[in-house]
Design a protein around this ligand. Structure first.
Ligand SMILES: *Cc1c(COP(=O)(O)O)cnc(C)c1O
Length: 403
């Protein structure tokens, strides 16, 4: 239980709490060492030293070199930068990009923008668990393919993509490989060398660091133009006075994630599987979305038939539970998640989705409270559903669980 807000927070894929240690590492850089690291006096040197240290911490988590890490304003900026700037730098090679249908909008909308600029984009399908097909990837590669951008782990359904295999294929074909690792960085083991990753995006606030700060890893030798023009910060690649407290917080969060990753993953996996088992066995007509085992250790995503995801969220909120649904409210209409549609769910089922994402602080008691509440909420919403009534009438006997 989140004692301050009296909440059960199960939306850690949306953002996480800044940990006490991260906050304490950041604090001196607001009011004490507030210097601009680009200045020449020794007071500036203190801030610069802190940034250098954070760069090493950020790099170590993915086995990169510190000089290959660029600090940005977050995951969306890193995704935009990686894709737009690589395409610009390598445009003489061709005008083709390969990505997947389940990317975050920071990648998808960037690709759509480039399509309007004359680029061709192949959006790879995924199977029912949310995995891309390596054969389809190989088949999509052309002479003029400049970039493959496939996420390391999906933010909605938690499925982990075969990053090392993608990297190998990209390398063998001489194509650059970018991965949006915003959900994976600090949550599962990543190694840019072993996995042949050329560019990688991550964001501080998804690993108990601050919001508004991220990194782009760019392999040494990869050409990349700046996205933001101005000062000479970040070796002339990303203009703007450095967000020193944010960067220090990012570095600390990366260091802590590395130190605790194995333990956190093991604990979260156990809790996640407990939650999944309880929901699937105790609530009828529901399904788990995403890969059963090849998924983020803190992610559980379900669809409940004859129920609207939005209604679930409102009623859970009344119990003090923060969760998320795949539906995005655009211009008053509820669009089902592009991820749930891509794994083959029909609209009416995709609408009834619920994502619960745990943290290292989540307890069994919290999960029990949520499942008990959810059982009642789902039953209550179904009791009001004419579709459910018809379904039950037409259903002579028992079990017809959705897949
Ligand atoms: C959160 C998220 C982003 C965006 O990161 P911000 O720092 O919020 O801009 C991008 N990709 C994925 C997979 C995410 O989960």
């Amino acid at each position: 239980m989140n004692k301050i807000n009296n909440l059960i927070y199960l939306d850690n894929a949306a953002t996480t709490k800044v940990s006490e240690d991260v906050l304490n590492a950041m604090l001196p850089y607001f009011t004490q060492v507030y210097s601009n690291p680009s200045s020449v006096y020794s007071f500036a040197g203190k801030a610069k030293k802190a940034v250098d240290e954070a760069r090493v911490q950020a790099a170590k988590l993915i086995n990169a070199g510190a000089e290959e890490i660029y600090f940005t304003g977050g995951g969306s900026e890193s995704d935009n930068w990686a894709i737009k700037a690589v395409c610009e730098a390598y445009r003489e090679k061709g005008r083709h990009i390969i990505t997947s249908k389940i990317e975050h909008h920071a990648v998808l909308h960037t690709c759509q923008y480039l399509e309007k600029q004359g680029w061709e984009v192949t959006y790879l399908d995924v199977d029912e668990s949310g995995m891309i097909s390596l054969d389809a990837l190989k088949a999509a590669i052309r002479q003029d393919t400049v970039l493959i951008s496939v996420m390391a782990a999906n933010n909605e359904i938690g499925t982990i993509e075969p990053v090392a295999e993608i990297g190998k294929i990209a390398r063998e074909n001489g194509v650059l490989f970018h991965t949006d690792a915003v959900q994976a960085y600090g949550h599962l083991a990543l190694d840019v060398e072993k996995m042949n990753i050329d560019l990688l995006s991550a964001s501080g606030h998804k690993l108990n660091g601050p919001k508004g700060v991220g990194i782009l890893y760019v392999r040494k030798g990869v050409k990349i133009h700046p996205l933001l023009h101005g000062g000479a910060q970040e070796r002339n690649r990303r203009a703007g006075t450095l967000n020193v407290p944010g960067i220090v917080g990012f570095g600390k969060a990366a260091e802590l994630a590395k130190a605790h990753m194995e333990k956190t993953m093991a604990r979260e996996t156990q809790l996640r599987d407990y939650l999944i088992t309880r929901i699937l066995t105790e609530i009828p007509y529901c399904r788990l979305n995403g890969h059963r085992t090849g998924r983020l250790s803190n992610n559980a995503n379900f669809c409940f038939r004859f129920v609207e995801g939005e209604s679930l969220l409102i009623l859970l909120d009344q119990l003090g539970v923060c969760a998320s649904s795949g539906s995005a409210c655009t211009s008053g209409a509820l669009d089902p998640s592009h991820v749930l549609l891509a794994i083959g769910l029909p609209h009416e089922i995709a609408h009834g989705s619920l994502r619960l994402t745990l943290s290292e602080e989540t307890t069994v008691e919290e999960l029990d409270f949520v499942v008990d509440g959810l059982k009642k909420i789902v039953a209550r919403l179904r009791a009001m559903s004419p579709l459910y009534e018809d379904f039950i009438k037409g259903q002579k006997e028992g079990d017809c669980n959705v897949q």
